[in-house]
Structures are given as C-alpha cells and as structure tokens.
Design a protein around this ligand. Structure first.
Ligand code: PMP
Length: 407
C-alpha cells in the first residue's frame, strides 16, 4: 500500500461513523454522491452564522464579505482546474444545468438545421437529452461514437463522425455506469483539427484525478459540487472565453444585465452574463472549502490510492463465481459495475443494505449502456478516497453471502 492518510481522512467525515442496521456504514455509492468532510459542513454553517448576505453591488459590510467569499471560491475553482481566467468559471446548479446551458446557448448561436452534434455510446442521460432537445428544436442530427464490449470507445469510428457539419463533440471524461476513462485528449485533438469545440462532462472524473482544462484544451468542462465532496445544488461550467463571449445569456434576470429599459436590455460581461438571479451563495462557499480540503491532500495522491483500491476490488470480484463485471476498460476510475447470475441488481442492493453496505442498483441514468449490454440494470460499487480495502472485503463477503442465499 502507498502512504495515504486514510485514518485522518475518515475522521474528517462524520457520517462515516454512522451505523446502518447495527452495522458500520460501508458507503460505496460515491458515483451518485460523495459524503462531506467537516471542513465543508463547517464552512457552510460558519458562512450562514457570520458572513451571510446577498452578494454583488452591496455596500454594507456583510454583503462585501459574502461577495468576497463567493468570488474567492471562483478563484479556487479556477486554480483547481487550471483555467486561464476566473471569469471562465460559471456557477450553476450542477453538471446537468451546465450542459443544458451550453446546449441552449451555444446551440442558439451556432447550431443550424442539418448540423451535427457528436456524443458517445456511454453518456449519462444529462449528456444525451439536452442535445436531443436541441437537435429536435433546430432540426440538427445527433451522432453517436460507439463502444466495444469492454466499455471502450471505438476510436477508429471518430474521424468518420467528424464532418464539416459537426458543431460540437460532447463526451464523458469518465463514465458513471462503467468507470471508463475516455481518451479525451485524442478526441479533442481530432475535433480541433476540424475546428470543432469539445465539451467534457467531468461529473465523474473530477473527484478522482487532477484536471487541467488548459492542458486538455477542452472548450467546455462541467461538473457538480456534490460529487467532489462539496454540497449539492452547486456546480461549475468552465468555458473558454472566446465561446462564452460569443454565446447569448441562458436566463434573463437580475445580476446578468448592464442596463435595462423597456425597449432593450444590455448584458453584463463574464461571468455574470450567465449567472442570473441570486446564486446558491453558501454552497458555492462550501464548494470552495471542498477544493481547499482536496488540495491539502493532493489529487495525485488520491488518484494513486484509488487506483490501488480499484485494482484490489477488481481482483477480489474476479474470484467470485457468478459475478460478471460490466465495463472492463484498460483505463478505469474507481467504479465496479457488475451483475450476479440469477439475482436482480435491486435485490443485490437491498440485501447489501441489510449488511450496512450502500451501493447503487439501476440503470445509472445510462439506459443506452444497459441496452448495449442487454441487462435491465447493474449493481454498482463506486469508491472514494475515504474507502478502504477492509470495506471492499466486507462488500465481497456480502456478495458471497447472497450468492449462497440465492443458491
Ligand atoms: N454526468 C455524469 C457522468 C454523471 O455521473 C452525472 C451524475 N450522476 C451527471 C452528469 C449529472 O450530474 P448532476 O445530477 O449532479 O447534475
């Protein structure tokens, strides 16, 4: 095992001490949402106790203080993903809203009848449906880069999908259903060779690896706070300034305007143009605290620790007769999607819950992935930096027990 301050980290997450059905909680549903450290819980609570007011334009002390904390969080996000400028960071509700913003706003400016949008076979519904809605509304065409049975994109098909009509490529950096980490740099290079921008759905990747949007050279990067040990209800759209400047506002209202008359309104510059209305102020501050916390540990250390966890879990799972792994890509993040012969994934989830183990069973908002593998659902154990090999042992013992029970 590599050196990793796992005991200290676990102590930072109060919920991990919870008992579920008189058993210690084994929380393996991190791909759905991560638990929160004291640093985040306290930052939000302290903010409401000591600093809260509405932000921007306020002249009173609390408003200035709240604005400073809100804008400091934007700087933290900028540094965390190495964006060139803080104004390229737009706060939204989550990855879903970020993708809808781009589909709506970029779509309005750049997508015309007959144009094409390229996604992949392993997208979350939130990186499918907004593009379908856009295509339906303007008469554009949605194209899909296929994957193979290991859950890897078939990259040889990409050049044929990129045409002079392609307006955008939207790809998951890491799949939530399979764990696959996609070759996004190669995709971006191929798309950029044809001047096509690329949106990366980083909802799953962001808690597991260091992300550098300038090194990736992606045009948009989206993620949610709640999967990054931060609060729910807040997320990030990163966009290169040249695109954000060229896109119309997504929503109209307060904070996003420069001037308003009954004849015409003019809009604020970035980032405010895309932040209409009072934002989720305290949770943005909470997200900033999550980023500080992660920076203190280091994303490289987290990635190395989780790689060991995943390797151990994969090895253990492959020794269980009747367990089939769904998604066996070479490049994988800390997700184990599986089925058990003769046991429905929902029964797996319910039975494991009786042992204190939280996993997710279902289609994981990736119905086309389930169709591809011809399964109604999978069971998914997804790991975070606070999980341990001992918890994986508990999971595997639980799985063996229910295989025995179901005969
Ligand atoms: N994309 C991926 C890959 C995801 O896993 C998720 C969340 N499951 C989303 C997008 C949507 O995130 P949210 O529900 O937080 O908006």
């Amino acid at each position: 095992m590599i050196e990793f301050p796992i005991a200290d980290i676990r102590a930072d997450f109060p919920i991990l001490a919870t008992q579920i059905r008189n058993k210690p909680l084994v929380y393996l549903d991190n791909a759905a949402s991560c638990q929160k450290p004291d640093a985040v819980i306290n930052a939000i609570s302290d903010f409401y106790r000591h600093d809260y007011a509405n932000i921007h334009r306020g002249v009173h002390t609390l408003s200035v203080r709240a604005t400073d904390k809100f804008e400091a969080a934007r700087e933290k996000v900028k540094t965390f993903i190495n964006a060139a400028q803080a104004k390229e960071i737009i706060f939204v509700r989550g990855a879903t809203e970020a993708i809808n913003l781009v589909a709506h706003s970029y779509g309005k400016a750049f997508v015309k009848p007959g144009d094409e949008i390229v996604i992949t076979a392993m997208e979350h519904h939130s990186n499918i449906v907004p593009w379908q809605m856009l295509c339906e509304s303007v008469g554009a065409v949605l194209k899909v880069l296929p994957m193979n049975v290991s859950g890897e994109l078939i990259m040889e098909h990409l050049p044929g999908l990129l045409t002079e009509k392609t307006r955008l490529v939207a790809v998951a950096h890491m799949s939530n259903a399979l764990g696959t980490i996609n070759p996004v740099s190669a995709i971006i290079e191929a798309a950029h060779a044809r001047n096509i921008p690329v949106l990366l759905d980083g909802a799953q990747a962001i808690p597991h690896m260091a992300v550098d949007v300038q090194a990736l050279d992606c045009d948009f990067y989206v993620f949610s706070g709640h999967k990054l040990y931060g609060p729910s209800g807040v997320g990030v759209l990163y966009g290169k300034q040249k695109w954000l400047d060229a896109m119309p506002p997504y929503q109209g209202g307060g904070d996003m305007i420069r001037t308003v008359t009954f004849d015409k309104s003019t809009y604020a510059g970035l980032p405010h143009k895309f932040e209409a209305g009072t934002p989720n102020i305290a949770d943005v501050v909470g997200l900033g605290a999550a980023i500080d916390y992660l920076a203190g540990i280091g994303m490289e250390a987290i990635a190395a620790y989780e790689a060991e966890l995943l390797a151990y879990a994969t090895e253990q799972a492959s020794q269980i007769n009747g367990l089939t792994l769904v998604g066996t890509a070479q490049e994988k993040g800390a997700i184990l999607s599986f089925t058990l012969a003769k046991i429905h994934p929902h029964d797996i989830g319910t039975m494991l819950d009786s042992l204190g183990i939280a996993i997710r069973a279902g289609h994981h908002c990736a119905m086309p992935v389930m169709d591809f593998y011809q399964v109604p659902a999978t069971a998914r154990a997804s790991f975070a930096m606070y999980n341990t090999q001992q918890e994986i042992d508990v999971l595997m013992a639980g799985i063996r027990e229910l295989i025995k029970l179901f005969g």
